[in-house]
Write a new protein. Structure first.
Length: 97
């Protein structure tokens, strides 16, 4: 008994579905990002609660917030400064390049 592999039409259909799903994921991620950033700007909800509701990690939400120009609340500034990765000094190889 021989089994027949997938047809090119089946592969093309799966590729089309994947692309459609990728487009929908991008759209929903963009919409969620806008909601999260709006909530952080508004300040009505704690950042931890916004993060938990979004399903994204705290690091991802912090990164998006900083890229959008949203700085940490003054109450959390000391902690945020401690969490920031320090600037790495350039190595001698990088200086000579």
């Amino acid at each position: 008994m021989t089994t027949q592999g997938p047809t090119l039409d089946e592969i093309a259909a799966a590729g089309t579905r994947r692309q459609r799903d990728a487009d929908r994921l991008k759209q929903s991620s963009d919409a969620l990002k806008e909601l999260v950033l709006a909530a952080l700007r508004d300040g009505e909800h704690r950042p931890t609660d916004v993060t938990n509701a979004s399903g994204w990690t705290a690091a991802h939400v912090r990164k998006m917030a900083r890229e959008a120009g949203i700085e940490p609340d003054a109450r959390y500034k000391d902690r945020a400064d401690r969490l920031r990765k320090p600037e790495r000094p350039a190595s001698s190889e990088e200086k000579n390049a």
